[in-house]
Design a protein around this ligand. Structure first.
Ligand code: SAH
Length: 208
């Protein structure tokens, strides 16, 4: 099959991800497979594999490839997990997760973005392990809980406490937290207790 983006995708994986320390082969494989160019507006496709975030409409953005890879690696996915993603946006991160995990439940507050991501992921790309909900992610998705992993791709001022109840024991949640000085934080649940680790500084759109 003729894929005009194949070389750019491979370069992105090698130069932006592997060269910067992403080691998880499942993450590198997933990002080497998902056609990032389909997740943006047509006039931006030429920049799909650029080393930064890009607008996806409605004032929202698709994250920089390195940040997608970094967060996915930090989720320590083995393959059998059920994952909750909050902030579907373009659906790119959901696709990367669905390449590795067993099931991805993704929640988006802007109906047009949710519908667009669903049409692409389910319709065009044929994913059968991604479930879509339109609404506020703070409420999670009780019908599918507990989740082995939870990933927020929009930043709350503080992690929404209620979501910890939907995190399985032994589970990991990752979220950008704060306004202004935002940090990516990793939470682990062990025997009902949450322990948090500060990872890196990031810039995400706010969780509304
Ligand atoms: N993961 C996305 C990028 C997310 S941008 C991707 O791969 O493209 C952040 C998204 O979070 C935006 O689409 C925004 O509309 C959404 N969002 C913001 N607040 C939200 C909330 N309370 N619940 C669900 N989604 C929310």
């Amino acid at each position: 099959m003729n894929d005009p983006f194949a070389e750019k995708r491979l370069q992105m994986v090698e130069q932006q991800l592997r060269a910067r320390g992403i080691r998880d082969e499942a993450v590198l494989r997933a990002m080497g497979k998902v056609p990032r160019e389909l997740f943006m507006e047509e006039d931006l496709r030429g920049s799909s594999y650029a080393d930064g975030p890009l607008p996806i409409g409605r004032g929202q953005t698709i994250s920089q490839p390195y940040i997608v890879a970094y967060m996915t690696e930090r989720l320590e996915l083995g393959g059998g997990e059920s994952v909750l993603e909050i902030g579907t946006g373009s659906g790119y991160q959901a696709a990367v997760l669905a390449e590795i995990a067993a099931r991805v439940c993704t929640v988006e507050v802007i109906p047009e973005l949710a519908a667009g991501a669903r049409a692409l992921l389910e319709g065009r790309l044929g994913y059968r392990n991604i479930f879509f909900k339109t609404g506020r992610g703070q409420e999670g998705w009780p019908e599918f809980a507990p989740f082995d992993r939870i990933l927020l791709t929009a930043a709350p001022v503080e992690f929404p406490e209620g979501l910890f109840a939907q995190l399985a024991d032994g589970g990991i949640a990752i979220a950008p937290v704060g306004r202004g000085d935002q940090r990516l934080v990793c939470y682990r649940k062990r025997a009902g207790t949450i322990r948090s680790d500060d990872l890196i500084g990031v810039i995400f759109v706010p969780l509304v």
